[in-house]
Every structure is written in C-alpha cells, then in structure tokens.
Design a protein around this ligand. Sequence first.
Ligand code: ZN
Length: 315
Amino acid sequence: MDTHTRPIAAVDIGGTKIAAALVDQDGALLTRTQRPTPATAGGEAVLRAVLDVLDELAASPLWSGVRAVGVGSAGPVDTARGTVSPVNIPGWRGFPLVERISAHLAPTPLPVVLAGDGIAIAAAEHRFGAARPYDNALCMVVSTGVGGGLILGGALHTGTTGNAGHIGHITVDLDGEPCPCGSRGCLEQFASGTAIARHALRTGWRPTTDDTSAVAVAAAARAGDPLALAAYDRAARALAAGIAATATLVELDAVVIGGGVAQVGELLLGPLREHLTTYAALPFTAGIKVHRAQLGTDAGLVGAAAVAVAHVGAV
Ligand SMILES: [Zn+2]
C-alpha cells in the first residue's frame, strides 16, 4: 500500500482551539478541521469537541488507512497514565483522555499516543523543521505562555510523565512575582506576550490605540519607542538566561524558537543572541545556534503525528 494512504490522525488541544488532521509521513496535512475549545463548559463538553473532530476525520475516505491517533495537549500531561490537566482547561484535571478516546474508537481500535504540546512541537521541528540538523536542541514556543521540548542524543526527551522541557517554569528571578504554577520568578513571567505587554504598560508605555497586546508593543518598538524596546529586551534577557541554564545542564547545539511572540523576529532574537553572550559563558555553551521555528501554526498537529510515528514505527 502507498505509504501516503497510511496517515496518522493528529489532534492538537489548546486552551482556545482544538485542531485535528490526517497527516502523512512527510508531515503534510491531508485533511484538517478545527473548532473553538469550550474551555469553561466542563470536561465532558471539551471531550465532545475532541470526539467531534475525530468523527469528522473518520468521515474521510483516507480514514481506513489510519495507523494511530496522535494527541498533543496543553500541559501538564501524564503520558504514563494517559491523563491531562491543562492549565487553561479547568474541567480537565487528571482527565483520562487516552482511555476516553480509545473507548470512542473501540469498534475499530487504534493506538492512541499522547504527548505534551511542547514535546509535540520539538518532534515536529526535529523531524521536519529547523532542528533537523541537530542531535541536541531545545525547541521553544513563546506565545501567551512559554513552553518547550528537548531533543537529546538525537531523540525526544520526554521524562517519565511526558513533561520534560517546561522551560517557561524555570526560575530566572529568585524574588520574582508568584507564578500560577506555584513557583516564583518563572521565565514565563518575563517572556510571554502577556508579560511583555504588562511590563511595557507598568513602565509607562502608552499605546496609541486600544490595542495593548505584545503585538502593539512590537509595533511601538519598531517605531523606536524606548519603553517598548525595553520590554522586548527584558523578555530576551530572561529567555537568554533560561536557554543558557538549559545549555549548561544538557549541552545544546541549538535553540529553535516559535510561537506568536517569536514572530516579531529580530526584535526579540537580536537582543536574545546578544544576551546569550553574557549568560552562556562557558565555552561549551557559547556556540549555541538560535533559529526561528520553520513550522507554522500547524506545528502542534505535525508534531502529534510525529510522536505517534515514533511510537508505532514508520511504515
Ligand atoms: Zn511558573
């Protein structure tokens, strides 16, 4: 059978949307669907939305060739138990997602492989994107949150429960602000889009429109506003500290950065490279390459499929 007819059914579950696609072995999306996440409507309603997107995929004539279901979810996840507890989906705490999806598919059973969204994106960038040349890389998403996943020794490093790479919640400021995760001074409190906008406003940046988002701060920074520039510089400095700490611990060849905030490009990556020269000081950390992610908004789907392929094997 043509390998292109043996796709993976991938699902990407986030706080705002649930996307699903049939993905071929080259990472191409053959058919795709999505709907908003009913995040506040209770756990069963969110599950219904997941089963609905799967049912939509199952209506495709390609479904009969599907080898496995790969599920990427906002974390924390517990891949050992098959449960998820996404911070932005309060109805799901220790929710048995793998068991519930498997039960739904029971008439024609398929393996269901769960991964955290940071791990999924690392898998996608390593298999098809900017991390492809590297055996040791950190792939990050800098967006409304800050997440990531690690490639070590040429393979995904997931940890026992699938949560390795949660770089947004390493402390970069000992006396920093409390973080929803329970710690304080987390990288996410400096580098997320929300944090960048909050810091700019706190230091006196005045938006010229109603838009007070990180995108508006970026526009002001490009126009030379010193407070807006300082907010991005502070985010870049925190990212540099977090990346340098990771590189010091596990020795990285490269860091790949994607997500909404990273779309500002050199406004963030320029100061990031500069600050890395301060924080990544030991010789084995000094040469770390910084790349922008190559896969776009569908990286989560491509990655969920890549993780599933890693489990069930290539055709
Ligand atoms: Zn935290």
